[in-house]
Design a protein around this ligand. Structure first.
Ligand code: ADP
Length: 264
């Protein structure tokens, strides 16, 4: 299988090449039916390394379709998708799967952990088929990732023995073991209460400040304010692409904890 060719154009001096670059991205479901669904109608944007981007939009606006393409789970009908400079829009499925497992980390609303496995075993899963990573390295990397997300004392616990917030931390550790170029998070706080959600956002911000690029779908404004940029979709089109000063989740959390308990 030929290796992916990186883009040959030199980046502008002083700027870094985008980690994600989509151009004229179109996705049409059932294209040959009498009623094709135009889920994405020509999106173009770039994401630089180190960005934290919130993807928003009403139900049906195309968020999942976009995330499936960015996550190499699906291919666009037309347009290009460059991941780390390499055009992946026309890659074969097997190659996409390999790219997905090496370049991307995924976090889902419902955690998607395997209940019979311990935190450590769950976090190791993405390394399972990596022949270049020994069993010992696998374990060490999973442990390191779990320590990073604050679960050093929960390595041998099963998900059912842990809170929702802790389960989502395992999922983040699992997403980190491959040192992905981008973390794709689909409503990562959707199943968490406000306090736990803020704790998780504070963790995502901490990872982002350490250099991790994050693309996060959310429908909650309170969550989106923690990102540094918003992409808003409507009917498969990008209607807003705005940078913002991110709210600090840790500071919000501290303020929340200082509020007097409501006795009423
Ligand atoms: P969102 O995630 O913002 O709710 P989706 O990307 O799921 O939006 O959906 C965008 C549009 O594409 C919707 O009209 C939806 O019904 C349609 N759609 C999504 N997946 C499929 C599919 N597999 N087959 C046909 N239509 C689909």
């Amino acid at each position: 299988m030929p290796a992916l060719q990186p883009e040959t154009r030199d980046p502008i001096p002083g700027t870094r090449p985008p980690v994600i670059a989509v151009r004229d991205l179109v996705k049409t479901y059932d294209p040959n039916s009498p009623n094709p669904v135009r889920a994405l109608q020509g999106l173009s944007f770039q994401i630089q390394p180190g960005e934290f981007v919130a993807v928003m939009g009403a139900s049906g606006s195309g968020k999942s379709t976009l995330m499936n393409i960015l996550g190499c789970l699906d291919r666009p009908t037309s347009g290009t998708y460059r991941l780390d400079g390499a055009d992946v829009s026309r890659e074969r499925r097997r190659r996409l799967a390999s790219l997905r497992s090496r370049a991307l980390g995924f976090v889902f609303q419902n955690f998607q952990l395997l209940p019979r496995l311990t935190a450590l075993e769950n976090a190791e899963l993405p390394l399972q088929y990596r022949r270049d990573v020994s069993t010992r390295q696998r374990r060490a990397r999973a442990e390191e990732a779990l320590v990073k997300v604050g679960l050093a004392d929960k390595l041998r616990r099963r998900p059912t023995e842990l809170s929702g917030g802790q389960q989502q931390r395992i999922a983040i550790a699992r997403a980190l073991v491959n040192t992905p170029r981008v973390l794709l998070a689909d409503e990562p706080t959707g199943n968490l209460d406000t306090h736990t959600g803020l704790e998780l956002l504070a963790l995502l911000q901490q990872l982002n400040r350490a250099g991790l690029t994050i693309v996060m779908v959310t429908h909650e404004n309170d969550v989106a304010v923690c990102a540094m940029r918003r992409l808003i979709l409507r009917d498969g089109r990008l209607v807003t692409d705005a940078r913002q000063q991110p709210a600090d989740a840790q500071a919000h959390l501290a303020a929340l904890l200082q509020q007097p308990a409501n006795d009423s």
